[in-house]
Design a protein around this ligand. Structure first.
Ligand code: ZN
Length: 122
């Protein structure tokens, strides 16, 4: 992301979240490496920043509201713990069930979907 964007995001997070300044600057360093069309995984942010998953989703929600990110659902097999590489844009497009391509388990989509984010503005 561009430095002007990162400065804007830094200010936003300082005013709208309770995250420590160090956390915010670590996040800014991470976001520097992201370009349009790259996927941002909540788990990666959680691991790199050491914050709770609810804090991660709050940050991502703010960035989405500001037009930097778009959320998608990725189907993830809870049986074999693998992603099926299937990404769905809208909640209403989620099928009731899907078959895991790897272990062939038939799974309910809703319980096996994780939110991921695509960078749409740098
Ligand atoms: Zn599977």
């Amino acid at each position: 992301m561009l430095s002007t964007t990162l400065t804007h995001i830094e200010t936003l997070l300082q005013t709208r979240t309770n995250l420590a300044d160090l956390c915010i600057s670590n996040l800014i360093n991470l976001l520097q490496n992201y370009r349009v069309n790259m996927w941002l995984y909540p788990g990666v942010i959680k691991r790199k920043l050491g914050i709770s998953i609810s804090d991660v989703y709050e940050v991502l929600r703010i960035l989405q509201e500001e037009g930097y990110l778009e959320s998608y659902y990725e189907l993830y097999c809870s049986h074999c713990q693998k992603s099926n590489g299937i990404v769905i844009r809208y909640f209403s497009e989620l099928p009731n069930t899907f078959e895991c391509e790897i272990c062939h388990a038939e799974l309910p989509a809703l319980e096996n979907a994780v939110l991921i984010y695509k960078v749409i503005k740098e």
